[in-house]
Design a binder for this molecule. Structure first.
Ligand code: NAD
Length: 250
């Protein structure tokens, strides 16, 4: 018996670095994985890898900023894979520049993806969890939400909002056996980090600076985050809710 046998999970941004590693980890522990991503090709690739390794997964095109797409993809995932037991709100986007150089269109995009997108997913998935009196929600924020991060003002604000939202939902839904926890990555070796570095004058130098500030001396890898997400998503963490865990090398 594995931790996720018979459980259906949704991972948003499942075609990306941390999301892909999480989908693979959960599938390897028995989950039926709905890989949600606005990049359907990336989601299909992760789902195909999982099926190729004997697991169960299907890809769903879903831009989480669009409520109609979220509702349609959640309904399709439930029809194909069964009622959702675990939701991992992982999709995210960042832009690296000083606050005074950012423009409102960038804030709106950051807020739409990093905060409103999670709200859409939660509003679509939570009612079923409430009805079934069971759910595991794992929200992927960032260490930027905890300590601030120069060049990531609005992103930090969104992720801080996600932390506060998680703590509140943990209280509101505890009596329905729904847990809500947060994983905060530090700099992690994915396309998002490469994109963030591109915003700097010297991208390689910025990555090096991130790395040298990490006590454990290396960037995070998708699997580092997948382990923590799997813990919060499993019944090993059944008595843990409203918590925030940094997975950032110290
Ligand atoms: P990534 O770029 O590899 O993956 C992000 C995925 O999200 C991509 O597949 C992308 O297509 C998808 N996505 C973006 N906007 C979307 C939308 N509107 N609808 C649906 N899917 C969308 O990045 P990652 O590093 O794996 O990021 C995963 C999470 O970790 C994000 O929430 C990010 O903010 C957070 N995070 C990452 C780092 C890091 O250093 N990589 C640090 C802190 C937090």
């Amino acid at each position: 018996m594995q931790r996720f046998d018979g459980k259906t999970v949704i991972v948003t941004g499942g075609g990306g670095g941390i999301g892909g590693a999480t989908c693979r980890r959960l599938a390897s522990e028995g989950a039926k994985v709905a890989v949600f991503d606005m990049n359907l090709d990336a989601a299909e690739k992760v789902a195909a890898d999982i099926r190729g390794n004997g697991g169960q997964a299907a890809a769903f095109a879903c831009d989480i900023t669009d409520r109609a797409q979220v509702d349609a993809a959640v309904a399709a995932a439930q029809t194909q894979l069964g009622p959702i037991a675990v939701l991992v709100n992982n999709a995210g986007w960042d832009v690296f520049k000083p606050f005074l150089k950012t423009v409102p269109a960038e804030w709106e995009k950051l807020i739409a993806i990093n905060l409103t997108g999670a709200l859409h997913m939660l509003h679509a998935v939570l009612p079923g969890m409430v009805e079934r009196k069971y759910g595991r929600i794992v929200n992927v924020a960032s260490d930027a939400a905890r300590g601030g991060s120069s060049g990531e003002a609005v992103y930090s604000a969104c992720k801080g909002g996600l932390v506060a939202l998680s703590k509140t939902l943990a209280r509101e839904h505890a009596r329905q056996s729904i847990t809500v926890n947060v994983v905060c990555p530090g700099p992690t070796d994915t396309a998002l980090l490469a994109g963030v570095a591109e915003g700097a004058r010297d991208p390689a130098k910025l990555i090096e600076a991130f790395k040298s500030a990490i006590p454990l001396g290396r960037l995070g890898q998708g699997d580092d985050l997948a382990s923590a997400i799997a813990f919060f998503g499993s019944d090993d963490a059944g008595f843990v809710t409203g918590q925030v865990l940094s997975v950032s090398g110290g």
